[in-house]
Design a protein around this ligand. Sequence first.
Ligand SMILES: N[C@H](CCC[C@H](N)C(=O)O)C(=O)O
Length: 259
Amino acid sequence: MVISFYKYQGTGNDFVMIDNRKLTFPAQDEALVKHLCDRRMGIGADGLILLQDHPDYDFEMVYYNADGRVGSMCGNGARCTVRFAKQLGVIEDVACFLAADGEHQASVERGLIQLKMNDVKTVERIGEDSYLNTGSPHYVRFVEDVEHLDVYEEGRAIRYNERFREVGTNANFVQRLGDDEIYVRTYERGVEDETLSCGTGVTAAALVAGGLKDMQSPVKVKVPGGELEVAFERSSDGSFKYIYLIGPAKLVFTGSITV
Ligand SMILES: N[C@H](CCC[C@H](N)C(=O)O)C(=O)O
């Protein structure tokens, strides 16, 4: 079987993107998805995304982690899917689409994709750390020096601890850089490694920065793969709404692979 694909990246979080509007991709084949994401044996990516038709939306995005399993919401992947939908002519500059955590709105402005995220009602405190769901589960820890942190080891320790072992979690390490800027490095569940950026993780980190550190929206976020921005409105009860993840998404190459 020959599979045509597009390779996209959003701040270095990279995805195999497939136009599955004809539903020809064998989506239940976990081993195939894992193979396509393999950086030595396949194409190589942090995840795989199917763009599909949906009767009530501009399109549906179906996201798989690099391990082949269905993932939860992927913020960088969603921005890439919006860019892909525009390239295919499925949308122009605005989109309303369905992802793992429900409906999302997005727009393309001055080359950046603005993605509306779902409201976040609660942020749990775990000691000095925080735990919240921004479409995917995220553990957030503020540190002094994120540059020199062993994100792989520290991230694994959280992801495989007693509480998270079974379902897993993504783990974000955050350093405050200034009044309105943070630096985030993320260990991703399903990739089981650090990625260059994680959109839902960056969103979670910015909300915690807004809640705990009183940082004002929009928060600028530096990640190993580039820069993002997170805008939000914080309510007095500690919940967040009007959350937007803003950043680039780019086509890297197209190709076909025989499997
Ligand atoms: N990279 C993604 C997050 C993927 C979440 C995934 N690792 C999971 O927990 O299922 C993002 O940009 O938001």
